[in-house]
Ligand binder design. Structure first.
Ligand SMILES: Nc1nc2c(ncn2[C@@H]2O[C@H](COP(=O)(O)O[C@H]3[C@@H](O)[C@H](n4cnc5c(=O)[nH]c(N)nc54)O[C@@H]3COP(=O)(O)O)[C@@H](O)[C@H]2O)c(=O)[nH]1
Length: 681
């Protein structure tokens, strides 16, 4: 800082000295010329001219310096210019002092006056011009006053000593003035330097702050941009979250396959509908819909086709209902319709009929031209229930009644259905332990050859010795077992047990008889029937040709493809396949060609009135002819009278079973039946 200040001071001194140079040196030239003109008549011309020229030379030298300094443009250090100027001042000062040397001896007053004027004028003016650089001032003024003092002393006049003193005082005074002025100048320069430094610092600080501000502005802009981007991202995330919540709500409330409301939403809507009906004192209906035999269709066609059918069923339901009504899917093939707005029993039956008609056409022609029928149960608010649970439970019970009444029907809820539903639940619960507790047993209904009258076999019919209700026939529990899946276990046990009996009888020397075991559709499609039959045969060592499996015609019509393969594999093991309840189906008979069938069993319903009803006679005759022409054995069921037996024998039916021969017998009774003399080979 001090070096900087010193350099600045030097530069300022140089600037101040050189700026005065033209005026002061021209003044020197003019004054010396004027002196020459004034004094030339008083002095010798040549020394005077010499002095004047010397003055010009000295002044000229300073002017040359001034000019060089101007052109230098700051290349030469200021200290050098200062030294040069100082030396030039000394030269000019010495030149001035020469005037004192040769003017002092002049007795002429004018000359003396001019001399004093000159010395004092020149030296006093130097205060103003050279005070900023004391050495220059001193070197300029000192020679002049020193020579003057010495000249005055050399006169030897005592009064002049006082004058010498005055000159000394004057010299001192001038030097003090010059020093003070110089100090003022330096102070000024110092202040200027400090100001400049301060301004520099301020500028630097300003620049730094501007940099900081710029930096912070940049950071703010970047932060702003990041914030804006974050806001955009947040908005996007919020929108996505909103959408996700919406779709989660939708997923939570809708069935993903059909997009219909699910159980949760249906219960909510039913609650609302009940409250609305309560306020407006109107009625509403709940229709519980279950598609008949859908499980078998689903299993045989595959789940993709099953899904397609369910979607089509949902579409049919929605299409035939009013806009305000709710159609919901509970799962599987179960749907619920909530019909609001003053819905009475007659309105509900109209809706149920509409639904039934909507299913008259094949649901999805691309999957085949078969139709799926709905079984519908209806409960009404308020008479059948005033809360969601009761209304749904009662509609469900009514639907079960529609099923047990032969399906493809609708039924209104009645109080006895609750009892039926309770009983069904009790059966379901008790059935779980029936096998392990040994409560099931087999009955055997004999089957006879119609030509020879010989016992040729028996149909195996399961019985349940219920711990509290006593003997239960299959009609009480097989449907429940089928709907819960327990049929697979029960069916496997029946097969195993039948094979074991066959083996025992064979070992006991009982004439060659066969056993026909009922197999439900669910066993074929969902269970592992092939493995079950295989295992039963292997475990018991029973001959496969002694075993026959009875499959209902209804099942064969509904689920051809998958079951065909399974039954073929069983047939290939040597086990025969029989069609049970033949003639009750209403579809084409083409399945007779497709399936590995060995036996047709004419349904009891055709046999019952065979001696009275010509239609039944025609049907039975046709079935027998069809069976024989296809090379199948034909068995008539439910033969109760000798006339029926005679008619069947006449039209060529191979075998018969029914109460005429015997009711289903337990194993001991059946053994006795076998040992009757007439029945032995
Ligand atoms: N999946 C399985 N189903 C089985 C099994 N056991 C039986 N069933 C099915 O239950 C149905 C009813 O059987 P059931 O109550 O034993 O009735 C049989 C006979 O008692 C009855 N029958 C026989 N002869 C006559 C008669 O002359 N008149 C008359 N009114 N009824 C008679 O018919 C039933 C046998 O019929 P079908 O099976 O069509 O030959 C039964 O139909 C089976 O489907 C089982 O183990 N698994």
């Amino acid at each position: 800082m001090a070096d900087q200040q010193h350099a600045y001071l030097t530069a300022e001194q140089v600037r101040a000295l050189y700026v005065q140079a033209p005026i002061s040196n021209l003044t020197v030239v003019v004054v010396s010329t004027l002196y020459f003109l004034v004094l030339r008549s008083h002095l010798d011309t040549f020394p005077l001219l010499g002095w004047t020229l010397l003055m010009w030379l000295a002044a000229g030298y300073r002017l040359v310096l001034w000019s060089l300094h101007r052109k230098d443009g700051g290349k030469t250090p200021p200290a050098l210019w200062l030294r040069r100027y100082r030396d030039a001042c000394f030269a000019v000062g010495c030149a001035w002092s020469l005037a004192t040397l040769f003017l002092a001896d002049m007795g002429d007053h004018v000359v003396v006056a001019a001399l004093f004027m000159l010395v004092f004028g020149v030296t006093s003016s130097a205060v103003a011009i050279l005070s900023m650089h004391l050495p220059s001032f001193v070197l300029y003024v000192l020679p002049q006053l020193l020579i003057l003092g010495l000249v005055l002393l050399s006169r030897g006049v005592p009064e002049l000593y006082w004058l010498v003193g005055a000159v000394c005082v004057y010299a001192l005074m001038l030097t003090l003035f010059a020093r003070n002025a110089g100090q003022l100048f330096r102070g000024h320069v110092q202040l200027a330097t400090q100001n400049q430094a301060l301004v520099g610092q301020l500028n630097a600080e300003n620049a730094r702050r501007e940099d900081v501000i710029r930096e912070r502005t940049e950071t703010l802009r970047a932060t702003n941009q990041a914030l804006e981007a974050e806001i955009v991202e947040r908005k996007k995330a919020e929108a996505a979250l909103h959408e996700q919540q919406r779709s989660l709500r939708r997923i939570a409330n809708h069935d993903p396959l059909t997009d219909l409301p699910n159980r949760l939403l249906m219960i909510d809507r039913l609650g609302h509908a009940i409250r609305r009906s309560h306020r407006s004192e109107t009625g509403l209906a709940v229709l519980f819909i279950d598609l008949d035999h859908f499980k078998e269709v689903n299993d045989s066609l595959g789940h993709t086709a099953g899904d397609q059918l369910l979607k089509a069923a949902a579409g049919r339901l929605v299409a035939c209902l009013r806009e305000g009504d709710t159609v919901a899917r509970l799962g599987g093939d179960e749907f619920v319709v909530i019909a609001e707005d003053a819905c009475t029993a007659s309105d509900a039956s109209v809706i149920a009929s509409l639904i039934q008609s909507a299913f008259n056409e094949p649901l999805d022609p691309s999957l085949g031209d078969f139709c799926i029928t709905p079984s519908i149960g209806i409960s009404l608010y308020p008479q059948d229930g005033t809360d969601t649970e009761t209304l749904l439970r009662n509609a469900d019970a009514a639907m079960y009644r529609a099923k047990s009444d032969g399906r493809k029907a609708f039924r209104f809820y009645s109080a006895d259905m609750t009892e039926q539903a309770r009983e069904r639940l009790a059966i379901e619960t008790a059935l779980r332990h029936a096998l392990t507790r040994g409560e099931l047993w087999l009955a055997f209904q004999p089957r006879h050859d119609l030509v020879s009258g010989r016992l040729v076999g028996a149909e195996v019919l399961v019985r349940w010795e219920h711990p509290t209700q006593g003997l239960l026939l299959p009609g009480r529990f097989i449907a429940v077992a089928e709907s819960t899946g327990q049929i697979e276990q029960i069916g496997a046990w029946v097969l195993d047990e039948a094979c074991r009996q066959l083996k025992r009888w064979e070992q006991a020397g009982i004439p060659e008889i066969g056993l026909a075991v009922n197999v439900s559709g669910r066993q074929v499609l969902q269970g592992n029937l092939i493995e079950t039959v295989q295992a039963a045969l292997e475990r018991t060592g029973c001959r496969p040709d002694r075993l026959e499996l009875e499959i209902t015609e209804g099942f064969l019509i509904r689920g051809p493809e998958a079951s065909r393969v399974i039954l073929e594999r069983i047939r290939d093991m040597g086990v025969r396949i029989a069609i049970d309840d033949f003639g009750t189906g209403y579809s084409s008979l083409s399945y007779l060609k497709q399936f590995p069938i060995g036996t047709i069993k004419i349904d009891r319903s055709f046999v019952r009135d065979i001696t009275l009803d010509p239609n039944d006679q025609a049907i039975v005759t046709a079935i027998v002819a069809l069976g024989r022409s296809l090379g199948l054995r034909v068995v008539a069921e439910g033969v109760e009278t000798p006339e029926q037996m005679a008619f069947l024998g006449e039209c060529g039916c191979h075998e018969a079973q029914g109460f005429l021969y015997s009711k289903p017998l337990n194993v001991r009774e059946f053994l006795g039946y076998c040992k009757r003399p007439g029945d032995r080979g």
